[in-house]
Write a protein that binds this ligand. Structure first.
Ligand code: NDP
Ligand code: GUE
Length: 283
């Protein structure tokens, strides 16, 4: 077993982003973070992103709305950031309070500022193999595989989870890399049987140690995107690592690369570029 660490890769991506920041524009790129409500985990994530911005030479601006905010108010706040020329990228922290229409709020982000890759436009571009911003966690997963010499082509990939910002786009990116992709979810029958067949497993469930180590096929590559309270992933790490050829740790795996991609795409947005290199096949 070897560890598929994300910290070194994140460092590389951030160093490169720092070098490219202001190169074309002469001013710092600016990421706007938007948070509705005060969920403590979300507050922590947003703070992490802001700190990483500061260290990378990126300005950040934060818009905080109360948990009682309406869809209309959230959409208005995002629309305003979309029209603000000083803002290059917009991140709306997921999840939003239950009474808010999250999709409507995401869609208020103009495609050129969708550095978190959450809009229909970005998803479709990614799925069609066209230039655009990728969803950060799935994009980070593919970059991790690349950095560790894992070529998904012809491999059986099983993605557990189908959420709009994680499981579903992760499946599309693996498909673009010519993997044979199975997407599992809460209605999947015989989940363990699917996982046992997988050369590449992506766990994106949100349940601590949900994926049992003995489901992992010997030699498989395991990517644990789960991030549960107490820094616990979605995979039973100690058992899985004995069977996997490569496995991401939690923390220090997918998480840091996700944030690095967000900042990389913010710099790209400021420089007027898309992010075409992740999707190659155009299928
Ligand atoms: N490192 C990072 O950057 C990020 C990490 N995360 C982490 O990833 C995890 C997943 O996040 P997210 O996708 O937003 O979560 P969601 O809750 O939106 O989605 C969870 C998915 O898991 C599926 N699922 C739930 N129970 C089961 C089950 N028993 N068997 C099979 N599938 C099941 C659900 O299926 P169904 O669709 O049928 O309900 C759903 O598709 C969390 O731990 C989160 O913290 C999330 C985003 C970024
Ligand atoms: N619109 C939106 N986009 C997101 O990308 C998004 C989101 N909403 N909502 C919440 C999840 C969660 N998420 C994490 C990112 C990095 C780490 C991360 O870097 N974790 C460190 C540990 C950090 C620490 O706890 O010290 C690690 O895994 O090593 C974790 C979780 C992004 N998310």
């Amino acid at each position: 077993m070897a560890l598929m660490s994300g910290t070194a890769l994140a460092r590389e991506i951030l160093d490169d982003a720092a070098r490219r920041a202001r190169a074309r524009t002469g001013r710092k790129p600016c990421l706007a973070t938007v948070l509705a409500g005060d969920d403590p985990a979300s507050v922590t994530y947003v703070r992490m992103k802001q700190k990483r911005c500061a260290a990378t030479g990126i300005d950040s601006r934060h818009v905080a709305l109360p948990a009682s905010a309406t869809t209309r108010e959230l959409v208005a706040a995002i629309t305003e950031l979309g029209e603000d020329e000083a803002v290059d990228g917009i991140l709306l922290q997921h999840p939003v309070p239950r009474h808010i229409d999250e999709r409507a709020a995401f869609e208020a982000i103009p495609p050129g500022k969708d550095v978190d890759g959450v809009t229909m436009h970005s998803f479709a571009a990614m799925a069609f193999g066209l230039p655009g911003f990728v969803s950060c966690t799935p994009g980070g997963i593919v970059r991790l595989l690349d950095a560790h010499g894992v070529d998904p082509a012809g491999q059986r990939a099983v993605v557990i989870g189908r959420s709009p910002i994680l499981g579903k786009p992760a499946a599309m990116l693996l498909l673009a890399r010519d993997a044979t992709v199975t997407v599992c979810h809460s209605r999947t029958a015989n989940l363990a049987e699917h996982v046992r067949q997988a050369d590449i497993v992506v766990a994106a469930v949100g349940k601590p140690e949900f994926v049992r180590g003995d489901w992992i096929k010997p030699g498989a590559v395991v990517v644990d995107a789960g991030y549960n309270p107490g820094n616990v992933g979605d995979v039973e790490f100690d058992q899985a690592r004995q069977r996997a050829s490569l496995i991401t740790p939690v923390p220090g795996g997918v998480g840091p690369v996700t944030i690095a991609l967000l900042l990389e795409q913010t710099v790209a947005a400021a420089n007027g570029e898309g992010q075409p290199e992740i999707v190659q096949s155009g299928r």
